[in-house]
Design a protein around this ligand. Structure first.
Ligand SMILES: [Zn+2]
Length: 286
């Protein structure tokens, strides 16, 4: 009996799975911190405030202390209200924190770098960090577009700068070939041109110009050919949800449904399953 429980391989399997579990929890927590930053960023850009500086309650203007800033926990502990004036805090805050936590876990899962490998010289580790930073910007664009029907240039252009930095450094480090690097730039330019045509021909009715700039960033991120299933899924989801909203009379035919969030969802789906979707599609071509 003793031999069974203390056999080395069993102990190892148990330890391994706990370690993996802890890594996922830590990445989720990192994502909730990014989510908390996104809530703050979106509020500050909309209220034309500086990005830096201490957070405060919008109602009573009381500065927030260290214990008011824990993602999710502060919200639950303070029962969804301000510690100082008891003003209700929107459910947007914890929802975005949870969502970004899940996005970080998703990105970790599909980047293919194992933090437990301790192989921090591996370029995949830096790719993971870049993807976490980019995801923070993309989820800020997601929330901003959903709330205010616009994507601030500051968010999109920061993302474009970040992606160029990543693509060029990865090329010089030998991670991407010249063709791959050009593939990223081509897919950015190509998809932006495609959306620009739709924007131009529909005279801005089908989508905003912010979506054209956003898709340039998404093309740089996904590269060629993953941008194709990415766009296809975005248009499909956008049309589906648009029709459902009209059918359930949540939106009128002419009212705006922001397209940016669909582009971002399509991008993540393509990042994970774009390759399989392409193979599946191409199998019908034979
Ligand atoms: Zn307050």
């Amino acid at each position: 009996m003793r031999g069974f429980f203390f056999e080395k391989k069993y102990v190892n399997i148990i330890n391994m799975s706990i370690e993996y579990f802890i890594v996922y929890i830590l990445i989720f927590i990192l994502g909730t911190i990014a989510g908390s930053f996104i809530n703050c960023l979106v509020w500050r850009i909309n209220n034309k405030e500086t990005i830096l500086g201490r957070s405060y309650c919008p109602k009573c203007k009381h500065g927030l202390g260290f214990f008011d800033l824990f993602p999710l926990i502060s919200f639950a502990w303070l029962k969804a209200s301000c510690r100082y004036c008891k003003e209700k805090i929107s459910w947007q805050y914890p929802l975005i924190e949870i969502l970004v936590g899940l996005v970080f876990v998703f990105v970790y899962q599909f980047t293919g770098f194992d933090l437990l490998s301790n192989d921090f010289a591996n370029i995949k580790f830096y790719e993971l960090i870049f993807r976490f930073i980019l995801s923070t910007l993309l989820m800020a664009a997601f929330l901003y577009d959903l709330k205010y029907y616009i994507i601030p240039d500051r968010i999109t252009f920061s993302g474009i700068g970040l992606m160029f930095l990543w693509i060029v450094s990865a090329f010089f480090l030998g991670y991407y070939t010249e063709m791959q690097m050009l593939g990223f730039i081509f897919s950015g330019l190509g998809s932006a041109f495609f959306l620009f045509l739709i924007w131009f021909l529909s005279q801005g009715k089908a989508m905003g110009f912010g979506d054209v700039k956003l898709v340039f960033l998404l093309g740089l991120f996904l590269g060629w050919p993953l941008i194709i299933p990415g766009l296809f899924i975005s248009f499909f989801l956008g049309a589906l949800i648009g029709v459902l909203l009209i059918a359930f009379k949540k939106k009128k035919m002419k009212s705006e449904v922001p397209f940016g969030p669909f582009l971002i969802i399509g991008t993540y789906i393509s990042l994970a399953w774009g390759q399989s979707i392409l193979f599946w599609y191409l199998s019908f071509m034979r």
